[in-house]
Design a protein around this ligand. Structure first.
Ligand code: GRF
Length: 205
């Protein structure tokens, strides 16, 4: 049997904030719902997510600003996250978990960088559209539905191919915070589910 069918896929998780998305992915891994492991965390600044990663014993690097592509590639490969599978390790993924910088995709990682966005792309995406700003814009536009989008990254913000979306209602009484909480419930389902699909597609290759 190929090693890739039993060995968890290595993930490089990039973040800038509270690390709730990292928590969610680690919980899915611990439940046995996501055949992956967090090989390293890279934070664009000191933040709660970096603290959580260190506390969990995950190799953690704070690289202020947008990490250059060659440095990102070197760092993730040094921790076993490679875009090509080897006999002992499945192909890895770079996972954006609340990373606020435009990611510079390292050579070889095209189509292997995944992001989750807290709206139904292509609406409410692009530069500056993160966190509360997204939910404020959804409410200001009078949308009746919002949700989240998991997508592969390209050279721009929020424009790469969509892997999956999950939807939730927008209520008349919503504030940005109540809507964010409802969307985040969907994110907690969507991100592990999307990664499960992507990892399974690798194995089927
Ligand atoms: C989530 O809303 C996600 O959609 C976006 O960043 C937020 C998570 O950040 N990409 P964090 O995990 O709370 O720092």
């Amino acid at each position: 049997m190929a090693a890739s069918s039993t060995i968890p896929a290595p993930l490089a998780v990039l973040l800038s904030g509270s690390g709730r998305t990292l928590d969610n992915l680690r919980a899915a891994i611990d439940r046995g719902d996501l055949p992956a492991r967090v090989a390293l965390v890279i934070a664009s600044r000191e933040c709660l997510g970096a603290e959580k990663a260190r506390a969990a014993g995950i190799p953690t690097f704070v690289v202020p600003g947008a990490i250059p592509a060659h440095e990102l590639g070197r760092l993730v490969r040094a921790h076993g996250v490679s875009p090509e599978p080897s006999p002992s390790t499945p192909a890895g993924w770079i996972v954006l978990a609340g990373y606020l910088k435009l990611v510079n995709i390292p050579p070889g990682f095209d189509g292997r960088v995944v992001n989750i966005h807290p709206a139904l792309l292509p609406k409410f995406g692009g530069p500056g559209m993160h966190g509360r700003h997204v939910h404020q814009a959804v409410l200001a536009a009078g949308e009746r539905e919002s949700g989240c989008t998991v997508h592969l990254c390209d050279a721009r913000f929020d424009t790469g191919p969509i892997v999956l979306q999950r939807r939730c209602p927008v209520l008349p009484s919503d504030t940005p915070d109540t809507l964010a909480a409802r969307v985040f419930e969907q994110e907690c389902i969507a991100f592990p589910e999307a990664l499960v699909r992507l990892i399974a597609a690798d194995k089927a290759r």
